[in-house]
Design a protein around this ligand. Structure first.
Ligand code: URA
Length: 234
């Protein structure tokens, strides 16, 4: 594929802008400047360096964002900036979408991708992708509350009870909750249903993908698309 066409697929602008980037000498392949927009490369596994920044070429992009508080998971946010503003412009141009949503005040692991089929697979209720939440509660976590979360609580929009796949107190006012569904405000509503209240909420894992400790709030990293598949990682 022509180098300028590869840049185009990665979101670096119009075809003309991508050809211009190459002609200007802004693109390196294997450490060497390539200034011929028509130079031919196999895109699979290719790593470009654009204006000094490495860019692994992916047919479909999957990234993990450490969502900070104070951002909305929407392309058209109402009250807070969009999480998309935390991504570099090529990823925004490619139309990355969050896989599910976190509330404005929730922090932690958020996957984004331009692979619509992957979003569908990851959010389909039958796939039961486990999400791990670290919950800070307003009142001490009582053993009876943990039991009820595991046994199932009824929320106001559905008579069928929702259960935590796992729940354990991790401190006096702290709880680790594993959910395999993704209902609206699910953690907050489940905690309210057992008579407690969420003060802080952080998602530490989605399926096999753990938020790396080195990834600070607002930072993102590439994820191997195979690792993001439901059921990956055992
Ligand atoms: N449950 C919630 O209540 N909020 C989130 O952001 C995620 C899960």
């Amino acid at each position: 594929m022509q180098l300028s066409q590869i840049l185009f697929t990665q979101g670096f602008g119009t075809r003309r802008e991508c050809a211009g980037l190459v002609a200007l000498g802004a693109v390196r392949v294997g450490g060497e400047v390539v200034d011929d927009p028509a130079a031919d490369f196999a895109p699979a596994g290719l790593v470009l360096t654009i204006d000094g920044v490495d860019w692994p070429v992916h047919a479909k992009a999957v990234v993990l964002l450490h969502k900070p508080a104070g951002y909305e998971c929407s392309a058209r946010p109402k009250h807070w900036p969009s999480i998309l503003s935390l991504l570099p412009s090529p990823l925004r141009t490619r139309g990355l979408q969050p896989v599910g949503r976190l509330d404005q005040d929730t922090t932690g692991a958020l996957l984004l991708t331009d692979d619509g089929a992957l979003i569908h697979r990851l959010t389909h209720p039958k796939r039961h992708v486990a999400k791990v939440y670290e919950v800070g509660t307003a009142r001490p976590v009582e053993p009876a509350q943990v039991e009820r979360l595991l046994a199932g609580v009824v929320l106001d929009d559905d008579p069928a009870p929702v259960r935590a796949a796992a729940a354990e107190a991790t401190g006096e006012c702290a709880l680790r909750l594993v959910l395999t569904e993704g209902k609206y405000h699910q953690v907050k509503r489940m905690l309210a249903a057992v008579g407690n209240h969420v003060e802080t909420l952080h998602r530490s894992r989605i399926g096999p993908i753990e938020l790396p400790t080195g990834l600070k709030p607002g930072q993102w990293c590439w994820i191997d698309p195979a690792l993001a598949e439901p059921g990956a990682g055992g």
